[in-house]
Ligand binder design. Structure first.
Ligand SMILES: C[S@@+](CC[C@H](N)C(=O)[O-])C[C@H]1O[C@@H](n2cnc3c(N)ncnc32)[C@H](O)[C@@H]1O
Ligand code: SF4
Length: 373
């Protein structure tokens, strides 16, 4: 079935503790429920299997902390998932041991995304992180020993108290580990989190300074030879990677507007113009699947105009030109002209392609929002 999804997201919500800034769907501890949750995921997969293509391009296990899941049940899950060309697991550094690295490798995982966030103990404390800088290094070495050749590090910048020198130091520490991929996110104060109560006002005050931090991140990583292929994402270019394309295939699918199926609590799926989000409640999820039914979800039909606008907003995050065929109605030609004169966008192929210039990419979402018809 050619219209079936070729990308699968699996949500593993369990975490050892909750970091103050995080608003992802997470559940603290509950070791007693890991087995039932994995049963639920496998049951949900069986119910939704026909929506997936016979061969998948990517599987992504995100969290939560997938690597906090009880080992036997994580193995059972990995064994039960369909194979894919790219299989990524998100991992918190303190959970990565040589044994875990081997288990991941032996179960077909091809890529590990490590949440380092920072290498500065003072800033890690502000973020409530459990892992210290040595845990990050140990995790990378354990993964390398298990022959992982595709490791991504997540960094967060804009942590209250982080100086420009701290940011440079974090980037140096990350680069010293020679990851194939880096994701660098500006810290966001998510409404309702402990962090927002404690530091929300401070983040708002420092917002202007963050533009220069973003520029530093890009300058430093591109200066070290990384490709800035998406607003917050960088990878070693193919020429330095023996021809391999090290962009995240899973995330590329989101940015290119391709269909994906999501399993687990709070997971989002988008298939054939319909988007649904599974209940974030663990109890409701488990009981529905245990009774042989589908878990509750919120469904949204995406009108063609919304789909086109999303394609433009997401597609322009990438460093490749967006093909405008079929998207013409979503773009305002007068805005394209105006932004081109300002040096923020460039058209190619007689107007059939659109891309942000480097200056436009630094301004990001504001520019793309202006382009919409
Ligand atoms: C699903 S999260 C968590 C993955 C993993 N449990 C961890 O903590 O490392 C994936 C990434 O989103 C980023 N993130 C989470 N909350 C954020 C926030 N409030 N602002 C900016 N980045 C955030 C972090 O870099 C994190 O590694
Ligand atoms: S940031 Fe990661 S470890 Fe911390 S609560 Fe969120 S998902 Fe869990």
């Amino acid at each position: 079935m050619s219209s079936a999804a070729r990308h699968l997201y699996v949500h593993l919500p369990f975490c050892a503790s909750r970091c103050g800034y995080c608003d992802f769907v997470t559940v603290v501890g509950r070791r007693g429920q890991h087995a039932a949750y994995v049963d639920g995921l496998l049951a949900e997969l069986a119910l939704e299997r026909e929506m997936l293509a016979p061969r998948l391009e990517s599987v992504f296990l995100g969290g939560g902390t997938p690597t906090f899941t009880e080992r036997a049940h994580l193995e059972r899950l990995l064994s039960g998932l369909p194979p894919a060309e790219e299989v990524t697991v998100e991992a918190n550094p303190e959970t990565v041991t040589p044994e875990l690295a081997r288990v991941l490798r032996d179960h077909g995982v091809t890529r590990v995304s490590l949440g380092a966030q920072s290498f500065e103990p003072r800033l890690l404390e502000v973020l409530d992180r459990r892992a210290g800088p040595d845990d990050v290094r140990r995790a990378v070495y354990a993964l390398r020993d298990a022959r992982f050749d595709n490791i991504s590090l997540d960094l967060i910048y804009g942590v209250p108290g982080q100086s420009a020198a701290d940011l440079e130091a974090d980037l140096s520490e990350a680069l010293a580990l020679e990851p194939e991929h880096l994701s660098c996110y500006e810290l966001e104060a998510k409404p309702g989190t402990r962090f927002s109560h404690a530091h929300g006002a401070e983040l708002a005050r420092q917002a202007d300074r963050m533009e220069t931090y973003f520029e530093r991140v890009v300058a430093r990583l591109t200066g070290a030879g990384y490709r800035w292929y998406e607003t917050a994402n960088f990878c070693r270019p193919a020429v330095l990677a023996r021809g391999r394309d090290l962009r995240s295939r899973h995330n590329l699918a989101y940015w290119r507007g391709q269909d994906y199926l999501g399993l687990g609590i709070g997971a989002v799926s988008t298939i054939r113009g319909r988007r649904w989000r599974t209940t974030p409640k663990l109890g409701g999820y488990l009981s529905a699947l245990a009774a042989g039914g589908r878990p509750p979800c919120e469904v949204e039909e995406l009108p063609a105009q919304v789909r086109r606008s999303e394609r433009v907003l997401l597609g322009l995050r990438l460093d490749e030109p967006l093909l405008l065929e079929g998207l013409e109605e979503a773009v305002d030609p007068a805005a394209v002209d105006r932004l081109r004169r300002l040096g923020l966008v460039e058209s190619g192929d007689g107007g059939a392609q659109l891309a942000l210039t480097e200056h436009g990419r630094f301004l990001g979402g504001g520019v793309t929002a202006d382009l919409l018809a």
